[in-house]
Design a binder for this molecule. Structure first.
Ligand code: ADP
Length: 728
């Protein structure tokens, strides 16, 4: 090989070696760069881990310090808790699930004063053992073992009932034990000695007060008897005195005596009733009674007073509501008398409206009655509305000086209604009027009797002529409820203008300005129309005497009882349900006067009695004692007997018992009405139990006697005259 080739070969080998070197160098550099990167990432990672380790270390330190603080806090809380538990006067202990004491405060342990064994670790059974053996607990007449067993049973029950125990020193402790989830029991022993002593003192004070109340009631009973007997003489004689010839001045004196005596009786009755309710001596009776009738009777009593002032007394008794209920008629009447009496008393002009609605519960046979008495009187200021139901409370002395009253009526009414399970309320606006209301749930006296009134078929369109807004509204509603077309106007002239051919009936008020009801009937007749006119009159007797009466179909006394309205409407023609054969035959005229026997030992009272009833067209026979009463029963054959209860020789109760014996087997029961000076309820029950049917309290009142006589009038006797007049 030539040198030149060798050189060329060497050069190529060197160049190749140089390229390889370059390549290796480049690779080395790349590897170095990678290594650098890696080293950097590693160092970052190490830094991060270091930081994390530091954080964890810090956290650990913090947790450690928190734990120490928490432990310190727990210790403080525990110390405070125990300090508090030790400070309280009542005993506190807790036991584990095996009933071993874990801890107890000093008050709990103090009961076991000298007994060193009673300490944490002791079992509940052992504690009971010590309690009985050492005489720590007063177990009265229980045997110790029996007492321990009862206490242990209680302790082991899941929810132990609180238990009151008495300690040897007379102190009372109430044990309240509560079981926790794990079976631990927390036991509280409360010292209730003061409360028990207070209760005992209260109890004995109550017994003393009740005894005093009983004494007060019997004092009132006696007093009322003592006062009523002479009052009978005063009221009766004053009434008789008024019937004699007196000059004006003497009449004024007689009237004043009578009115004062009656006012005094009202006060005595109020005070008596109130104290009876307070002493829980008032017993409610359950008798059937007619609510609507009761309202109309009260209206009759209040009518004169209201008419003097020009106040209209109105009744709106729901047309479809039954009227016979079971309740205490006397007490319901008393509430109604008070509310209606107040309404008239505190109303100078306008009206007093008694409204009765009710909700029938057919399954229970009861009615929820809602009775309101609305007046257009002086009203009650808002701040006095609650006040007036309190005893002796009146709106204010200034206003009430004008009105008589004890301020007891509403307090008594409220208590009576509450006793009957009802509610009483008032809504009032001063200067505008008041509405007092009460609700009562009463059983129906005869749930089987449905309401069955139907208007005669030919009556389809009715015109009401009534100037007074409230009455017009009532009549409109009532006739609409009967299912006829009904229109209304305020004057006779307006009625004539509305006299269309479709009209079947006109209901007109009697006293209307310009053209009164009778004149309207005449005018209708003169217009050639044959439409019946029923006249509603506040004074039906005057209407009956009016020559134009012949154009009037019927005259009804206002406010019209539902029965009277229905009776008048029935005469207008047959209803679909009627059949001619159903009509009752015309009643024959009663042939004889009613016979009334009265037994009364007191001469003055006998005189009062006969004078009071002298105009009634009835026969009266008098007896002076029980024997004569029994004899009179067989010889005179009375329709009704008035029987004084306390009479010499044979008293009223015994005489009644004998009369009832005589009646046995002959299917007769003559009503006997007791006349008594006693006003307490117990007496009334005695009287009714003795076979008497009813009682009247002295002093006797003419209206009450007449009411009884009328109620007892048999079909074959003439009704007493007074009633006939009253009805007119
Ligand atoms: P009395 O009527 O005997 O004063 P009440 O207890 O019946 O006692 O009534 C208490 C008071 O309530 C009355 O004195 C009167 O101030 C007020 N009051 C009762 N009813 C009415 C009424 N309808 N209108 C206005 N005030 C009345």
């Amino acid at each position: 090989m030539s040198l030149a080739n060798k050189l060329a070969q060497e050069r190529r080998a060197r160049l190749a070696a140089e390229r390889l070197l370059e390549q290796k160098q480049a690779e080395l550099q790349a590897a170095n760069r990678k290594l650098d990167k890696h080293a950097q990432a590693l160092s970052e990672e190490i830094n991060e881990t270091r930081a994390e380790v530091q954080t964890v270390r810090d956290e650990n330190a913090r947790v450690k310090s928190d734990l120490t603080i928490a432990n310190q806090k727990i210790e403080i809380a525990e110390r405070r808790l125990w300090h508090s538990i030790e400070t309280i006067q009542d005993g506190f202990a807790f036991f584990d699930a095996d009933s071993r004491m874990i801890a107890a405060n000093k008050a709990w342990l103090a009961v076991f004063d000298q007994l060193e064994d009673v300490k944490p670790g002791i079992s509940y059974v052992e504690i009971l053992q010590y309690a009985t053996e050492e005489g720590i607990i007063d177990i009265a007449d229980h045997a110790p073992a029996e007492w321990r067993e009862t206490m242990l049973d209680r302790w082991q029950s899941p929810v132990p009932e609180p238990e009151i125990i008495r300690l040897w020193n007379g102190a009372y402790v109430k044990l309240i034990d509560q079981r926790g989830h794990g079976g631990d029991v927390v036991s509280l022993a409360l010292d209730i000695t003061d409360t028990i002593r207070y209760e005992q003192n209260l109890k004995s004070a109550r017994h003393r007060a009740e005894a005093a109340n009983r004494a007060k009631s019997s004092f009132l009973a006696n007093m009322s008897h003592e006062i009523r007997t002479p009052m009978n003489g005063v009221v009766g004689m004053a009434e008789l005195l008024k019937d004699t010839e007196l000059d004006e001045e003497q009449l004024l004196y007689a009237n004043t005596i009578k009115n004062s005596a009656e006012a005094l009786l009202v006060i005595i009755n109020d005070v008596l009733d109130y104290s009876k309710i307070e002493a829980e001596k008032l017993v409610l009776h359950e008798d059937p009674f007619d609510l609507e009738r009761c309202i109309h009777e009260l209206i009759m009593l209040l009518q004169a007073n209201a008419r003097d002032k020009g106040v209209d007394l109105l009744v709106d008794y729901d047309l479809f509501l039954p009227t016979l209920f079971i309740g205490d008629p006397g007490r319901i009447r008393q509430v109604m008398t008070n509310l209606m009496g107040n309404a008239v008393k505190f109303t100078e002009t306008g009206h007093v409206l008694v409204r009765v609605v009710g909700m029938l519960n057919e399954t229970a046979g009861t009615v929820k009655l809602h009775v309101t008495i609305e007046d257009s009187g002086i009203g009650i200021p808002p701040d006095k509305v609650e006040h007036i139901f309190g005893e002796f409370n009146q709106v204010d002395d200034e206003t009430n000086r004008r009105f008589e009253g004890t301020g007891l009526g509403l307090a008594i009414s409220e208590k009576l209604i509450r006793m009957m399970g009802g509610e009483i309320w008032v809504e009032s606006e001063q200067g505008q009027g008041s509405t007092f209301g009460f609700s009562l749930c009463l059983p129906l006296a005869d749930p089987a009797v449905p309401f069955d009134f139907r208007l005669p078929d030919r009556i389809r369109s009715v015109l009401i002529v009534e100037p007074q807004d409230v009455t017009r509204a009532i009549l409109l509603r009532q006739f609409a409820a009967l299912g006829v077309t009904v229109r209304a106007c305020e004057t006779g002239q307006a009625a004539l203008d509305m006299l269309g051919p479709e009209l079947d009936l006109v209901i007109a008020d009697h006293s209307m300005a310009e053209m009164d009801g009778v004149e309207l009937a005449e005018a209708i007749h003169e217009a050639g129309r044959d439409v019946p006119v029923i006249l509603l009159s506040a004074n039906s007797a005057t209407a009956e005497r009016d020559p134009g009466r012949r154009y009037v179909h019927a005259v009804l006394q206002k406010p019209v009882p539902r029965g009277a309205l229905f009776a008048a409407l029935e005469t207008l023609g047959p209803t679909r349900a009627d059949s001619p054969s159903d009509k009752p035959p015309e009643a024959a005229k009663p042939p004889r006067p009613m016979r009334v026997l009265a037994a009364e030992d007191n001469k003055t009272n006998r005189l009062v009695f006969t004078k009071m009833l002298k105009d009634l067209d009835i026969e009266i026979e008098l007896a002076e004692n029980g024997y004569e009463a029994v004899a009179g029963f067989t010889s005179f054959r009375p329709d009704l007997i008035f029987m004084d209860i306390s009479m010499p020789e044979m008293d009223g109760k015994e005489a009644t018992a004998r009369i009832r014996q005589l009646e046995e087997g002959c299917d007769a029961h003559i009503p006997i009405v007791a006349m008594t000076a006693h006003a307490m309820d117990g007496d009334n029950e005695d009287i009714l139990a003795a076979g008497l049917d009813y009682y009247l309290t002295k002093p006797l009142r003419r209206e009450a006697l007449i009411e009884r006589i009328t109620a007892a009038c048999p079909k074959e006797a003439r009704p007493p005259l007074q009633t006939v007049q009253a009805a007119e």
